[in-house]
Design a protein around this ligand. Sequence first.
Ligand SMILES: NC(=O)c1ccc[n+]([C@@H]2O[C@H](COP(=O)([O-])OP(=O)(O)OC[C@H]3O[C@@H](n4cnc5c(N)ncnc54)[C@H](O)[C@@H]3O)[C@@H](O)[C@H]2O)c1
Length: 276
Amino acid sequence: MSITIDHGGRVALVTGAGAGIGREVARWLARAGAAVAVNDVRAANAAEVVAEIEAEGGRAIAVVADCRDDAAVDRMVSTTVRQLGGLDIAVNNIGMIPRGRSPQPFVSYRGDDWRDIVDQNLVLAALCGRAEAEVMADAGGGVILFVTSGETTRPSPYNSIYAAAKAAVNHLVTSMAVELGPNGIRVNAMAPGTTLTETVAAAFTPERVEQIVQSTPLRRGVEHDELARLATFLTSDLARCITGQFILADAGAFLSRSRPANDEGLTTDLKGANAR
Ligand SMILES: NC(=O)c1ccc[n+]([C@@H]2O[C@H](COP(=O)([O-])OP(=O)(O)OC[C@H]3O[C@@H](n4cnc5c(N)ncnc54)[C@H](O)[C@@H]3O)[C@@H](O)[C@H]2O)c1
């Protein structure tokens, strides 16, 4: 006997699917049979992923939208429903790794930093979840999966806003699961460890990435397709009793002490902290 995951006849929406983890999630959901709406703010990237899915025999459309905007999010969801016939699965993958601002001491952050990073990691996720839940509730059910971060489970020195915003999404999942469960909607989060996407490669030196992965019990990072497989499972009927959870996929990084802060020996100089 073999076990397969069958998303045939389902419609999935993946946000930020033009690159990185979201792209691989979109491809795997399509391989499992779902018709996939590929969202990204970068039109060319979304179109490329649609072409990749179609080349493998799958069905996909590009839905270009900047998910920081309420109206754009509503249009993204209504376009998906109109063009693909419904919305059964939503993977809210977008998150901002604060490129160029990490490592950054907590005391040096200002209001604009907080607003920007919380906006892109917490508010944006909530906007998407709200629009998706409304449609799913009307249709009698669905599955919402957020992509958060392993950084939510332990101190994240010099990366404090991002980790706090992602941890808030892990908690949001519990409230949404309780509110939406009676409507047949499951809500979970998947929390990746370090995955060598283009964004991570641009934000960290190879030495820094190596330092991070060597601090995990498995002495490795996480591959894009490993997260895509997990997302395919969590959104499937095989996981139908799982809701309100965040599932770590981090090579055991959670078990390590707080991850090495940086490779530059940065310490916080409180006296000089205001000089940015
Ligand atoms: N890569 C890692 O090591 C890692 C670790 C933990 C958590 N995560 C989380 O996983 C998720 C995906 O990370 P990634 O490394 O694949 O990211 P990425 O930067 O490679 O891809 C993100 C995609 O989202 C799109 N996007 C960004 N803002 C958008 C917006 N406002 N509207 C529409 N599209 C937008 C980008 O154009 C890009 O194609 C994020 O939530 C990130 O925080 C990543």
